[in-house]
Design a protein around this ligand. Structure first.
Ligand SMILES: [Zn+2]
Length: 381
């Protein structure tokens, strides 16, 4: 098993079948998924349907629509001609003659599941979690894949209206046991809509949180945090895998400035970003956990992080973390659960397309533009 810490987001493992040129070829025909570029490109503020007003005071950076049309939205471009880069056409033609483009086939759901397992192994999932296939026949072809945070009815309806064969969501539809999937409730309705539309559903949840290139890795990268290690290392994976990440900013910065960076990086949601700590406090060591991370406070304190970015911080855990702080640290930055995990979707889509390409398959992948954050507006003093 190869680690690929240096690869773009989500490229957990470089397939042994793929020679370096083959890998380069795949990524060369893909839209850019450069982590640096992602770091400069905030979320899909301007296009998420049902978009709430901009909360907070930090101005979002330019280029918001870039993520709304994420790189993976055209991931099917694995079979597209490379852009004209000024290289002499004759040389290119000769190279092409020597190295004909591989014939790519449409994968089955079963083949896509193998690629998903390679990227986000189910062994990395927490014991209480439910990951993997939820709906779908393994032998069915998969041409179009959509990634989303939540398998809500709106997300599913949008996916099937776009001809999606496979919906990959971060959150499970059926985390707890059910006795019925009759379409008399929203979960049964979701199952029926998926099956009747021929759309499979797969969950990549805590396995995707933990994996190299997973949710917290992407969040850390986008915030400019480097040299990361897990807050809670996985017992099942690589040393770099586990829940949450802690690492360093290249330079110390004011908490106010860092909070603005967090705000600008995230998709626009009603709840905005909440901060506990002195605006003029200095931060350089940063802990992050996409989604709800209040179970990791002990690990955050042990890491001596200056600030902790996570979601869903409730009164008592947050209050007690502030009481237990040393010289006010770690400061807390509480963000939208949805937004913190949405950031992973474009790189996840790219990664899956790349792995399938290396296995000889062509698919189109895109990211859902539905805002499934449950909150719609906020009142502030
Ligand atoms: Zn979550």
């Amino acid at each position: 098993m190869q680690s690929n810490k240096g690869q773009p987001h989500g490229m957990r493992i470089v397939s042994d079948q793929a020679d370096p040129e083959g890998v380069g070829q795949a990524s060369g025909t893909m839209p850019a998924s450069d982590p640096g570029a992602m770091a400069a490109v905030p979320g899909n503020v301007s296009t998420l349907p049902g978009e709430p007003g901009q909360a907070g005071t930090a101005a979002p950076a330019a280029g918001l629509t870039d993520v709304a049309e994420p790189a993976s939205a055209t991931a099917g471009a694995v079979a597209a001609a490379p852009a004209d880069d000024g290289v002499d056409d004759r040389v290119q033609d000769e190279e092409l003659a020597d190295d004909p483009a591989p014939v790519l086939t449409t994968p089955t759901l079963g083949e896509v599941l193998l690629a998903i397992e390679e990227l986000w192994p189910s062994s990395l999932a927490e014991s209480w979690d439910a990951v993997g296939p939820v709906v779908g026949r393994p032998e069915r072809p998969v041409r179009r894949i959509m990634f989303a945070v939540d398998p809500t009815l709106e997300v599913i309806a949008d996916a099937v209206s776009r001809g999606t064969d496979l919906l990959v969501t971060h959150h499970p539809l059926l985390l707890k046991s059910v006795n019925s999937v009759a379409a008399t409730g929203f979960k049964g309705e979701a199952v029926h809509l998926l099956i009747e539309s021929g759309c499979a559903l797969v969950t990549a949840h805590t396995n995707a949180d933990s994996a190299l290139g997973g949710v917290s890795d992407v969040l850390a990268d986008i915030l400019g945090v480097t040299d990361t290690k897990p807050l809670a290392p996985s017992s099942a994976g690589l040393p770099e895998e586990g829940i949450g990440r802690v690492g360093m900013l290249p330079e110390p910065m004011l908490l106010q400035e860092f909070a603005s960076r967090v705000f600008s990086a995230l998709p626009s949601v009603a709840g905005g970003v909440r901060v506990a700590g002195e605006r003029a406090g200095i931060v350089q060591k940063v802990a992050v956990c996409g989604g709800a991370g209040d179970s990791l406070f002990d690990a955050v304190r042990d890491s001596e992080a200056d600030v902790y970015v996570t979601a869903d911080l409730r009164h008592h855990p947050a209050s007690e973390a502030r009481e237990a702080s040393l010289n006010g640290k770690p400061y807390l930055i509480d963000v939208s659960h949805f937004a913190s995990e949405w950031l992973w979707l474009p790189s996840a889509a790219d990664a899956l397309v790349n792995v399938l390409h290396d296995l000889g398959h062509s698919v189109e992948a895109e990211v859902s533009k539905i805002n499934s954050d449950p909150w719609d507006f906020i009142l502030t003093p």
